[in-house]
Unconditional design. Structure first.
Lengths: 481, 482
């Protein structure tokens, strides 16, 4: 049962082959049995999940089920869930129970989906290995001691381990695509503004975007059908029609123009990685696509710009965690300053503090022009590169990551090495474009993802391209031992 | 040495929108603490701001009223600092691209001249909550009902040269925003708060001296006192050869004292940057035209009209025309009374006195304009005496009655003005007062005047207070002097 896709489960529920309660119980049992190894969940919603499952079965019996009614899924613990603890992987929110739903949460709730629990993540989504979580690191089901990637590592590991058929995720610099690549599953970061950010705890507001993690492109499409759309509560969400993303999955790829950014295929790229990606691209050629080289001349500036802009926004976004209204508060504060400093010292982990300091510095009087303003200018250059390249081709392809999943602890002592993990993904966030990671091969026995980047609001196209690839290959069906 | 005083003002004006600038919470004043603060106002994780269109409309209306350029692209920035009543740890405000660009306001000075005060800009921002330091046993209480109330901060050029000018400007601005209907103008509830920048320079010198800023003055009187206080303080320092420290000061109006809050060196680095949760707002011609079409009559225009239409003098027209609610009240009253001068006197006399005594705004007056107008009709047509009119006014005020004629009737306040009946009463009363008549006849003009009261008393008594005193006096004089 846990090897079935969302689409298959949806059909099984519709036919009465299985009930939502049975399905939910099955996944809850799996989590109970297996998650000790992975630590992919921070909170498991056993009672409320079964309640939701019962309601879903009732709804189905009344004849008004949606394709999602009764389907279990997991929520990255960055989406607020009314009445269910939402930690963002931080001690700061260890006991925070929001009295409201994120818009994404509400949309799944309205569709009748069953929330199994809240998945682990790097603290405040800051990290590429899931090692900065206050609730302990998550382990990649593909290898003992391997990281699942981050920051949506809990969601990716849970899907890969068959603990949930699908999980929500967020992506600020690669946090959906890199874990998808590391865990051998399919992930989509939509166009900035496609999915509401309301109730999604902010890391870097101009870069954060909610998205999807599941085994197949089809399941990602089903998730996006629920999540996408304008939200009056999010001024940055975009009021634009939402297509049925499953409707165009079957379209042939003949004539699809693929661009390979030459800056992403240099001598520095690991040969095994390069070979895997070129093989995947060759598969696309067999499906009728044409391939050409394109250039993103400012791509090398993306990481530097990102590590000014994202921490700058984070430094303000995280100011609200001050111990005054909710969340962690230090014991017996002497005075206001003591309340602030000890609360934040105790509540935040190392990486979060590092980024708050970087961001505060970049915005400070005398440094603002040299750092923040300059980074914004670079951001526009990077964006323009993509816009230009996407005039020539329909999609861009690259490795999602420079390597397969690395070993836990390998990069924690060197933040810059860790930051370089996102070298292929980060520019897409700066540009606000949609992109996917699709399982495309194995290197050293570990899965590797192909990144497919499209123009604004071309999610249907990306999902179509990924789905056609998955009809022709079985990388997305490989499972860890 | 002779000194020039240079004053610039920053005024926070709370906009009278029903809901907050970035959330749907009510902005009503006086609710139980924290009952008007939702998840957005509390800065709960993941919540996002959504701009209130009405706040933009009000800001643009203000811009049009001061003849300012409207910022076509309005950008919100985050001003970062930690304070318990600032839930997000930053204030959402505007810096580089405010909604209202340079404009001006003309003020009238005591000598009858007028002066133009330039407005540097006005920007939209959110108010903070309130910290309450009493009654919490050494801790502080936080009330976030006010957090997120929309404000425009109006920043003037340093164009004022005295406390009088600054107060005249403040009053004019108050009259402007209340006339526009964009602010309730209730200063006791913090609807308008003034920060005053003051510097001194030797008379005639071009360059400005170092300035100080005195923050959060919430009445015209405190503002005037604070300026006087600060001018004196700076003058003392300068005349002793000292230098002024650029700093922010707090003025305590109850004690007429001020103290330094922080110096320039201690000032926060606010690390402003554009708020990524709010897209730049494009203000187009359609929106501006719509705002223009909503502009009511403004104080200067209304003053001119009151002079023209009602024949009021400059003072009355300025006073009654300057306050939108007062002007509305006055016009309603006049539409009933048809006597502008008498109505102006009653509005500025009895009515204002009673409002002040009970600390009420004209908008909460228990007497309507129509009722006052009806009362004035009865005064003008001699139906009641001025003493009677005050009794009717009282009855209306306390709610004992709501119809002027019914009150006059019920209280028997109607004057008898039938000369035949009055003459008969005079004859009857005089018949019983031969001695007084004799004394009167012998008295000179001056003495006679004094003696009139001796006859009027019994006459009023005989008429049960209803005789028209003016007619009684005329009849008496005729009879006694003949």
């Amino acid at each position: 049962m846990h090897n079935k896709s969302v689409a298959e489960l949806s059909r099984a529920l519709a036919s009465g082959e299985v009930s939502s309660v049975e399905l939910t119980q099955h996944f809850l049992d799996r989590i109970k049995q297996e998650d000790g190894k992975y630590n992919s969940f921070i909170t498991v919603c056993e009672d409320s999940a079964l309640d939701e499952a019962r309601l879903a079965d009732e709804r189905r019996s009344q004849g008004n089920a949606t394709p999602w009614t009764g389907i279990p899924f997991a929520q990255k613990d960055i989406f607020c869930t009314n009445g269910v603890r939402t930690t963002c992987g931080s001690r700061m929110l260890e006991n925070f129970i929001p009295p409201y739903d994120a818009t994404v949460t509400a949309r799944f709730r309205d569709a009748g989906a069953v929330c199994l629990g809240k998945t682990n993540l790097d603290e405040f989504a800051m990290g590429s290995s899931n090692e900065s979580s206050h609730f302990g690191a998550t382990t990649n089901p593909w290898g003992e001691n391997r990281v699942p990637g981050g920051s949506s590592g809990g969601s990716a590991a849970a899907v890969a381990a068959g603990l949930t058929p699908a999980a929500t995720a967020t992506d600020t610099g690669g946090s959906i695509r890199q874990p998808a690549s590391f865990c051998g599953i399919t992930g989509l970061k939509p166009t900035y503004g496609r999915v509401s950010r309301y109730g999604m705890i902010a890391y870097a507001s101009s870069l954060d975007q909610g998205g999807t993690l599941a085994r197949s492109a089809e399941d990602n499409a089903m998730m996006l059908n629920i999540m996408a759309g304008f939200d009056p509560k999010d001024s940055t969400s975009i009021d634009r029609e939402v297509p049925d993303y499953t409707a165009t999955l079957g379209e042939p790829l003949k004539g699809l123009k693929i661009g390979l950014p030459k800056e992403y295929f240099t001598d520095q790229l690991d040969p095994a990685m390069a070979q895997t990606i070129r093989t995947a691209v060759a598969e696309y050629e067999k499906l009728g696509a044409t391939v050409k080289e394109v250039s993103l001349p400012n791509a090398h500036l993306a990481i530097a710009a990102y590590y000014v802009i994202a921490p700058a926004e984070a430094s303000a976004n995280l100011s609200r965690f001050d111990g005054v209204r909710y969340g962690h508060r230090c014991s017996d504060p002497k005075d206001l300053m003591d309340l602030y400093t000890r609360t934040r010292e105790e509540g935040f982990g190392e990486e979060v503090k590092r980024r708050i300091m970087i961001g505060t510095y970049a915005l400070s009087a005398g440094y603002f022009d040299a750092y923040f303003l300059k980074a914004q200018k670079v951001r526009r250059l990077v964006q323009q590169d993509f816009v230009n390249a996407l005039k020539e081709v329909d999609v861009l392809m690259s490795p999602t990551c420079p390597s397969p999943a690395f070993v836990q602890g390998e990069k924690t002592s060197d933040p810059v090495t860790m930051y370089l993990e996102d070298i292929f993904t980060i520019a897409i966030n700066l540009a606000g474009l949609p992109a996917m990671s699709v399982p495309a091969g194995m290197v050293n026995g570990l899965p590797v993802g192909l990144q497919i980047i499209g123009d604004y609001f071309s999610e249907a196209r990306l999902l179509n391209a990924a789905h056609q690839f998955q009809l022709a290959t079985d990388w997305h069906q490989r499972k860890p031992a | 040495m002779q000194w020039d005083v240079v004053i610039g003002l920053e005024i926070h004006v709370q906009l009278a929108t029903r809901t907050k600038i970035f959330s749907g919470s009510s902005t009503a004043f006086g609710a139980e603490p924290n009952t008007q603060a939702n998840a957005v106002d509390l800065a709960m994780p993941g919540t996002l701001p959504v701009p209130n269109e009405q706040a933009f409309r009000y800001a643009v209306m203000f811009g049009l009223a001061i003849d300012a350029d409207i910022g076509r692209r309005s950008v919100f920035e985050r001003k970062n600092y930690f304070y318990p009543d600032l839930p997000k740890g930053y204030q959402t405000t505007q810096l580089e691209q405010p909604i209202v660009g340079p404009g001006h306001v003309d003020i009238d000075l005591a000598d009858g001249s007028s002066k133009r005060i330039r407005i540097h800009h006005a920007h939209l921002e959110e108010d903070a909550g309130k910290s309450l330091h009493e009654d919490f046993h050494g801790m502080s209480g936080i009330d976030l009902n006010r957090a997120g109330t929309p404000l425009i901060e109006v920043v003037t050029e340093p164009d004022m040269r005295s406390a009088e000018e600054a107060v005249a400007f403040a009053k004019k601005l108050h009259s402007l925003v209340t006339s526009l209907g964009i602010c309730d103008g209730d200063m006791s509830q913090g609807s308008m708060r003034f920060d005053v920048n003051i510097s001194l320079k030797p008379k005639g010198q071009e360059a400005f001296g170092t300035r100080t800023e005195t923050k959060n003055l919430n009445s015209f009187r405190f503002m005037e006192q604070a300026i006087a206080h600060e001018v004196e303080r700076q003058m003392d320092i300068l005349e002793d050869g000292g230098v002024i420290v650029q700093e922010t000061r707090l003025y305590n109006g109850d004690r007429d004292e001020s103290r330094s809050m922080r110096t320039k060196e201690e000032a926060n680095d606010y690390r402003y940057f554009p708020c990524p949760d709010l897209l730049p707002v494009e203000i187009d011609d359609t929106f501006i035209d719509d705002c223009r079409s909503r502009l009511p009559e403004l104080p200067d225009a209304r003053k001119a009209r009151f002079k023209e239409q009602y024949g009021l003098n400059d003072y009355d027209a300025g006073l009654l025309g300057g306050d939108a609610s007062l002007a509305t009240f006055f016009e309603e009253a006049v539409s009933h009374s048809k006597d502008a001068k008498l109505t102006a006197n009653w509005v500025q006399g009895e009515l204002s006195a009673r409002l002040n005594a009970e600390d009420r705004l004209i908008s909460d007056s228990p007497i309507s304009g129509a009722q006052l107008g009806d009362l004035i009709v009865r005064i003008a047509d001699d139906s009641i005496s001025s003493a009677g009119a005050k009794k009717v006014f009282d009855a209306l005020w306390t709610g004992e009655g709501d119809n002027v004629d019914a009150i006059i009737e019920a209280r028997g306040l109607k004057q008898v003005s039938d000369t035949g009946a009055l003459e008969a009463m005079v004859d009857e009363v005089l018949a019983g007062m031969p001695e007084q008549i004799a004394q009167y006849k012998e008295a000179d003009e001056k003495k006679r005047k004094k003696m009139m009261g001796g006859f009027m008393g019994p006459l009023m008594k005989a008429s049960k207070g209803q005789g028209n005193p003016k007619l009684f006096t005329e009849i008496l004089k005729k009879k006694l002097d003949s």
